[in-house]
Design a protein around this ligand. Structure first.
Ligand code: 3PY
Ligand code: MG
Length: 252
């Protein structure tokens, strides 16, 4: 199976990526049917264990979205496990150095490109019988830039062989740069950091991704040059839709 996200990016089409923090195959299935290009199962800050992630990936693969996973950290065993479970891309948090980026990508690639151990399991069911032959090419790798050190080493990180791009964690990044976590911070240091990431990614033809808190904020990021945006997660969307419905029902 080809990775549609890679094809879309090659055609300069931005990716709209859903984000799952609720441990439910049913909500994964619902999100998979809404028109996203990709949906990410978040094992870092989502309330999701591996057993739930497996059923969520199964639910997503009943839809047309590309199933991605954000791993809790860059531990190779963890990365290999979600790939075996059928993730077609991995988002790795807190990548601060070129060595960490290299270790991350290497865990996603079979030899000779990397150190991924063989045992594709569900990856084979989702990716097809020829998965072992094309997995290295189709699996998407995004390193999260969300530390001051990651920003400092951005150029070396982007040079990592096989890395498809970066995904900004604006909460962590603004927390470290400005002392306050805010996904749409307008602090001058954040604005210049974000501008720098976008322009470097464009120069090097890499994916520039970012987490956003709404569809409007995601549209703004696309206008700024991002080509991979997440318009809030399931928890935020559920809460917001509820508050709006309640306010309307109360007539205020
Ligand atoms: C951040 O904003 O730090 C993130 O990791 C988004 O999920
Ligand atoms: Mg973060």
């Amino acid at each position: 199976r080809v990775n549609n996200i890679k094809r879309m990016l090659a055609e300069n089409r931005p990716i709209i990526n859903g984000w799952l923090a609720i441990p439910s195959s049913y909500s994964a299935e619902i999100m998979g049917h809404q028109g996203y290009d990709a949906v990410t199962v978040d094992l870092q800050h989502g309330m999701i264990d591996f057993a739930s992630a497996l059923t969520m990936l199964q639910a997503l693969s009943a839809t047309s979205v590309v199933p991605l996973v954000r791993v809790p950290d860059g531990t190779p065993a963890q990365i290999m496990r979600v790939l075996d479970a059928g993730a077609y891309g991995v988002i790795c948090p807190m990548v601060s150095t070129a060595e960490q980026a290299q270790r991350f990508v290497s865990a996603c690639r079979y030899p000779p490109q990397g150190i991924r151990s063989f045992g594709p399991a569900r990856g084979l069911l989702y990716g097809g019988a020829d998965y072992p032959q094309h997995a290295n090419r189709e699996i998407l790798t995004l390193a999260m830039i969300e530390t001051r050190e990651g920003l400092t080493h951005l150029d070396e990180i982007l040079e990592t062989e096989g890395l498809d791009g970066v995904f900004i964690g604006p909460n962590d990044l603004s927390l470290t740069l400005t002392g306050a976590a805010s996904a749409e911070s307008t602090h001058p240091e954040m604005l210049s950091a974000i501008e720098r990431v976008v322009s470097r990614c464009r120069e090097k033809n890499k994916i520039a991704g970012i987490f956003c808190t709404s569809g409007a904020a995601a549209a703004q990021r696309i206008a700024e040059g991002f080509n991979f945006v997440t318009p809030a997660n399931d928890v935020m969307q559920l809460g917001r839709a509820s508050r709006e419905a309640i306010a309307l029902a109360r007539g205020n």
